[in-house]
Design a protein around this ligand. Structure first.
Ligand SMILES: Cc1cc2nc3c(=O)[nH]c(=O)nc-3n(C[C@H](O)[C@H](O)[C@H](O)COP(=O)(O)OP(=O)(O)OC[C@H]3O[C@@H](n4cnc5c(N)ncnc54)[C@H](O)[C@@H]3O)c2cc1C
Length: 465
């Protein structure tokens, strides 16, 4: 079939153009097509962090009523509760899939956060740039190649020597590095709250806190309802079993981050949890002038002047795979301080922080995916994938017309790892396109790179199912 030709095969009795809006994908990769639904009037979201805030904002802007269920007594108490987070893309030397996604996501995130702020929903942030310091020989070599290849525009990233880096940072740095002039820092908790407030001005957002969703169940349509009942009741497809009663949902989006990876259906996807701790340090005369974010093995942010966190710098963060505790420890604060001393010894010596300078610590869980790209889209029906595409196990290029089987009206927007501030806004646009039929903001290839069913297909090809 000609690439440009409109797809016309009929998966499960539906034409492709009815069920999917992507007409530029070759039929051989039917599993790359994303299910489309009739734009819903109402969407329920499980979450409360940056992913939910972006989804709620984007969907309410499209006129959809949204109900958010959050287990905590306030929003942004999970990974999005850090005092300060850095906004910057993950870029490799070459324009690989991951870098292409993050560079696009970065510009989208910056535009969205600026839009929120310009509407008067302000939150502490600064687009002060970010330097990835070349603190060892292998990084110096890597950054030299990075610069020579010149894959990315200089407004995104460029090399700076030690002197220029010190001028930008307004503190003395022994090493140069890669500078991202458009990057910066944000107070994620305030950002989430402000974005939700902005969404609420549409009159279409309801936030229910203290609702812990323990279970989700798919409801079968009831055939023996009277016509009157049918007309009065919005068709419900999901039941949320919570600590505070049951709630029904016609379309459900799960944005619950690392704490929800064992929920029904979601547990079939390869999410993992990685714990991290950041430490807030009191500023002093040496480090107060710092005017850009510094990344080494960890990061060091400029002094914040937020009401909640006045005069603090965040350092961190730890990465612990087999730890689901959200209780901060003294050992991890020490680790963060040691990491700073080993990567930036001169600066750390001048700052001279001790344990007495710790103002707060926080441990939270990152929700990771195996390829470090988030998942956004319909929840795949895993069993039906296995039944539909068996030949991929023998030939990964086997042509399949059949579209990807999905669990009806269940969507996932998770796996933001260590870059949720950068990637959540673009993911929310993709979710919106799935639900509202608006144009997809990314290429077909990138769409599949973000699709939750990519891992099911990968496992069939690798004969892992
Ligand atoms: C130490 C650390 C440092 C980080 N630094 C950065 C950084 O500098 N820059 C950056 O971009 N990213 C950073 N991240 C990553 C970033 O914080 C995450 O990617 C992002 O916050 C994920 O947002 P989320 O909305 O997916 O999840 P979360 O913020 O965790 O939100 C999940 C929400 O779901 C709710 N929930 C969970 N389960 C249920 C349930 N069963 N029922 C109801 N509600 C439920 C929770 O209450 C919570 O509100 C860092 C993460 C950590 C841990």
């Amino acid at each position: 079939m000609n690439k440009k030709q409109k797809l016309s095969f009929k998966p499960d009795g539906m034409t492709c153009s009815e069920q999917f809006n992507d007409i530029n994908v070759e039929c051989k990769s039917g599993y790359k097509l994303r299910p489309k639904i009739i734009k819903p009037q109402h969407v329920s979201i499980i979450g409360g962090g940056i992913a939910s805030a972006c989804a709620a904002y984007a969907l309410t802007k499209q006129g959809i009523k949204v109900t958010l269920y959050c287990k905590d007594n306030a929003l942004a108490q999970g990974a999005s509760s850090n005092a300060i987070g850095a906004l910057y893309p993950l870029l490799h030397q070459r324009a690989d899939d991951i870098s292409l996604f993050y560079q696009q996501a970065f510009w989208r995130a910056k535009a969205l956060y600026t839009e929120i702020s310009q509407q008067g929903f302000d939150f502490p942030h600064s687009w002060c740039g970010l330097i990835e310091v070349a603190y060892n020989e292998s990084l110096v070599k890597r950054q030299k190649t990075f610069n020579e290849l010149a894959t990315w525009p200089t407004e995104l990233i460029h090399k700076v020597g030690a002197e220029q880096a010190s001028q930008i940072a307004n503190v003395t740095l022994r090493n140069g590095g890669l500078f991202m002039p458009n990057a910066g820092w944000i107070a994620p908790q305030e950002l989430v709250k402000q974005m939700v407030s902005a969404a609420k001005t549409t009159g279409k957002l309801t936030v229910n806190t203290n609702i812990l969703v323990n279970k989700i169940e798919q409801l079968q349509p009831i055939d023996n309802q009277t016509q009157k009942d049918k007309a009065e009741k919005e068709p419900t497809h999901w039941r949320l079993i919570t600590n505070n009663g049951n709630f029904d949902a016609s379309v459900l989006v799960v944005c619950g981050g690392a704490e929800v990876i064992d929920l029904d259906f979601i547990k079939q996807l390869p999410f993992t949890s990685v714990q991290g701790q950041i430490t807030s340090m009191k500023t002093n005369s040496v480090i107060n002038p710092l005017s850009t974010v510094i990344c080494h093995k960890g990061y060091l942010t400029p002094s914040s002047s937020t009401a909640q966190h006045p005069g603090i710098h965040c350092i961190g963060a730890t990465f612990k795979k087999n730890n689901t505790s959200t209780i901060a420890t003294k050992e991890d604060d020490e680790y963060n301080l040691k990491m700073l001393s080993s990567c930036l010894p001169d600066l750390a010596k001048d700052i001279n922080w001790t344990e007495q300078d710790i103002s707060a610590s926080k441990a939270r869980l990152r929700c990771m995916t195996p390829d470090h790209i988030p998942m956004v889209g319909a929840m795949p029906d895993v069993q039906k994938h296995i039944e539909t595409y068996p030949h991929l196990a023998k030939d990964k290029n086997w042509k399949y017309n059949q579209a990807a089987p999905a669990v009806k009206n269940l969507y996932v927007m998770m796996g933001f790892g260590a870059r949720g501030l950068c990637s959540a806004p673009l993911a929310a646009d993709i979710l919106t396109a799935d639900l509202c039929g608006t144009p997809y903001p990314v290429s077909n290839e990138m769409l599949f790179n973000l699709s939750p069913n990519r891992f099911v297909i990968r496992d069939i090809i690798r004969r892992k199912v």
